[in-house]
Design a protein around this ligand. Structure first.
Ligand SMILES: *[C@@H]1O[C@H](CO)[C@@H](O)[C@H](O)[C@H]1NC(C)=O
Ligand SMILES: *[C@@H]1O[C@H](CO)[C@@H](O)[C@H](O)[C@H]1NC(C)=O
Ligand SMILES: *[C@@H]1O[C@H](CO)[C@@H](O)[C@H](O)[C@H]1NC(C)=O
Ligand SMILES: *[C@@H]1O[C@H](CO)[C@@H](O)[C@H](O)[C@H]1NC(C)=O
Ligand SMILES: *[C@@H]1O[C@H](CO)[C@@H](O)[C@H](O)[C@H]1NC(C)=O
Ligand SMILES: *[C@@H]1O[C@H](CO)[C@@H](O)[C@H](O)[C@H]1NC(C)=O
Ligand SMILES: *[C@@H]1O[C@H](CO)[C@@H](O)[C@H](O)[C@H]1NC(C)=O
Ligand SMILES: [Cu+2]
Length: 608
């Protein structure tokens, strides 16, 4: 390991700026130093935020924040290795979206992807989209893809306080670079002095996403595992270019991200796993972190030297700044991809940490030693539920419906990888999103949905419980893979309560405190284990509940919760808004071949 880090920082200076920001990230990416709120005063006054999305009132600010997103191809070298990417406004990661709690946000997204053309759609991860389910950004579910050359304007509410991100939900396009952070300012659940801003972590691949998905979905000998080759922090890391033999332009020591803390102050870091597959362990040398929020929910603070982050998860931490001569040193920020629960070639992400009052070279290379933490106790999952409790308790209610979903990873009749959820797999119809089918009545009851849409209606249920079972339950079946994987399970439209998560089948008992279970929008379903969650059906919509590993949702790992179908049918504007993308997509797809090699949510093979 010492030799690896040695190689990455070899002849170390310049460790930073070996490549210009234009070449690496399409421009300088720096989200640091966020204000406490936008504008001249905090519009929420004395209201506190407790993350209770069922009961909490979001303040009316009367403000709309406008953004323009141009989605286009670009050749960039985030880690020094040049590759074809698809990015927002020419940069990776994309621009920060920032608003006060209660503001509206309007983003006009233009699909400027050419040579070749393809669709796009942007999902605003973890937003509830209450009364605006048609702006959730999932092609084949809540909209048609935005056709090449077309624009679509999303308008939605900043309905939480905290940290999240946006990403393309069209096939595995997120892997090409279509993602960026979101910060919603609001009442603080804990005091901090300085907002260091988003720290977006992403496992990294050098192949184009279409090639990776083709490999993952391939049959027999054509099947290629999706191995990540690097790990980026805010879109930067070094790469050892001596391994590149095919002439691809590559610069070793492209540079890592740098962060600055205020000495003696409480510094907030907003850590996001915005990657494709890797389970990340995040730590900072010589510093402890106080966890204050997980996803959008304030947490009873606890202090640790490591946090776990499955893809789609966020954790806000406070780091108390050092003082005296310790602030003259530089420290490594590290994010390590799990080598047992993911497939990284090079698992180690690095960024450099400095203090604002450092008296010497601000480019000095850290020499600090890594935290010594044991990850085996997490068992490819998240922290124990007894450790991570919301600040505002919400007791666990009795569900009126419980659905158990058995997950298996198998090969279908033609030998392609396929996830089966209770024997069903998901495949999007880009031309007829499920929400459109619902309001047009063609699919407004269970009997008429295409089984490949994998729709799960909540009916009249008020409290809906889902038991995910991730077991290899037929050991005799040679088509079942011997291993099951860790799946970060993300539900759109809700913060669910996490009741139980761990190895083996669920035994019916709660791991969480029944008076105060963790709430969040993404939690890991461990390998050979279970995950039990529940939510109240307070948000009419069609909400994907899917694994956030790009290649798993490609292989159909998605069930679409149809919540309060009758309210959806009566929701104003739905038909008009859906028409905007569907009319253009129908026209484009009538004369162009849509290469839908996967499920469509990150890619799906066309079925005959
Ligand atoms: C489309 O992207 C190209 C770069 O690929 C850029 O020059 C052009 O301005 C973009 N068009 C729009 C409408 O943003
Ligand atoms: C830092 O300060 C402490 C006491 O405040 C002193 O013992 C130590 O030698 C100093 N270290 C350096 C590297 O200057
Ligand atoms: C995390 O990564 C560093 C390299 O940056 C390595 O030295 C350290 O051993 C890793 N930690 C664990 C617990 O694997
Ligand atoms: C899946 O289908 C097979 C046969 O088609 C059946 O034996 C099995 O019980 C089904 N499993 C589930 C979980 O529905
Ligand atoms: C559901 O669909 C079936 C078949 O089209 C139809 O007979 C039935 O009336 C529908 N029920 C409702 C409640 O719409
Ligand atoms: C949808 O678009 C088509 C074609 O432009 C139009 O005929 C139809 O009236 C539109 N429907 C709605 C509900 O806007
Ligand atoms: C198996 O899955 C692949 C990829 O989704 C698909 O192209 C193929 O048609 C499927 N085969 C069968 C027999 O369903
Ligand atoms: Cu998965």
């Amino acid at each position: 390991m010492a030799s690896f880090i040695g190689k990455l920082v070899a002849g170390a200076l310049p460790l930073f700026g070996g490549l210009s920001p234009g070449n690496t990230n399409g421009g300088l990416v720096n989200y640091q130093g966020r204000p406490d709120f936008l504008g001249s005063s905090a519009p929420w006054g004395s209201v506190t935020y407790d993350g209770d999305t069922v009961n909490q009132k979001t303040p009316e600010t009367g403000v709309t924040r406008y953004y323009d997103f141009n989605i286009a191809r670009a050749k960039l070298s985030p880690d020094g290795y040049q590759r074809d990417m698809i990015v927002v406004n020419g940069q990776y990661p994309g621009p920060l979206i920032e608003a006060n709690w209660g503001d509206w946000i309007e983003v006009t997204v233009t699909n400027n992807i050419t040579n070749p053309e393809e669709g796009t759609a942007i999902h605003w991860h973890a937003l509830l989209q209450k009364d605006t389910p048609y702006y959730d950004g999932v092609p084949g579910i809540s909209q048609c893809p935005i056709a090449p050359g077309e624009s679509f304007t999303y308008r939605f509410r900043a309905d939480h306080v905290g940290t999240t991100f946006y990403h393309s939900h069209y096939s595995a396009q997120v892997n090409a670079g279509v993602s960026g952070p979101i910060v919603f300012h609001g009442p603080k659940s804990q005091n901090w002095d300085y907002d260091v801003g988003p720290v977006l972590i992403s496992d990294w691949f050098h192949k184009e996403y279409f090639e990776i998905v083709k490999g993952v979905m391939g049959s027999g000998a054509d099947r290629i595992a999706a191995t990540s080759v690097n790990n980026l922090i805010n879109g930067k890391m070094n790469f050892d270019c001596s391994t590149v033999t095919d002439g691809t332009p590559c610069v070793s020591n492209a540079g890592v991200s740098k962060f600055t803390l205020k000495p003696g102050k409480d510094n907030l870091l907003r850590i996001i796993n915005g990657g494709s597959a890797g389970l990340q362990y995040f730590s900072v040398d010589d510093h402890l972190m106080t966890v204050v929020a997980m996803d959008f929910i304030p947490i009873k603070p606890y202090t640790t030297n490591v946090i776990t982050l499955g893809v789609g998860q966020r954790t806000d931490v406070i780091i108390h700044g050092k003082t005296g001569n310790l602030t003259n040193q530089a420290y490594w920020i590290r994010s390590n991809i799990s080598t047992t629960c993911a497939l990284p070639d090079q698992p180690y992400g690095l960024a450099a940490l400095y203090y604002s009052d450092a008296d010497s070279d601000a480019n000095k290379v850290p020499t600090s030693q890594p935290q010594d933490y044991d990850v085996t106790r997490f068992g490819c999952g998240n922290e124990p539920l007894t450790l991570t409790q919301p600040l505002t308790p919400m007791p666990v209610k009795e569900p009126d419906t419980t659905v158990t979903i058995n997950v298996i990873d198998t090969l279908n009749a033609t030998g392609n990888d396929e996830y089966l959820l209770n024997n069903r797999t998901f495949h999007a119809n880009y031309n007829l999103p499920v929400l459109k089918a619902v309001i047009e009545g063609t699919g407004s009851n269970t009997t008429t949905f295409d089984p490949l849409w994998n729709v799960l209606p909540t009916g009249d249920s008020k409290v809906f419980r889902i038991v995910w079972e991730n077991q290899k339950f037929d050991p005799a079946d040679p088509n079942l893979y011997a291993l099951t994987f860790a799946h970060p399970m993300h539900l759109h439209g809700h913060d669910y309560q996490v009741l139980s998560a761990g190895p083996g089948p669920w035994d019916g008992s709660l791991d969480a405190d029944a008076s105060n279970a963790l709430r969040r929008d993404t939690h890991i379903l461990p390998p050979n284990g279970h995950l039990v969650v529940q939510f109240e059906t307070d948000n009419p919509g069609v909400w994907p509940f899917h694994c956030h590993v790009a290649w798993h949702v490609s292989a159909g790992f998605d069930v679409n919760i149809l919540e309060r179908a009758q309210d959806l049918v009566n929701l104003p504007n739905t038909a008009e808004v859906m028409n905007q993308t569907c009319t253009a997509w129908d026209a484009w797809s009538a004369t162009n071949v849509v290469d839908q090699i996967d499920s469509g949510l990150r890619m799906a093979m066309e079925r005959s």
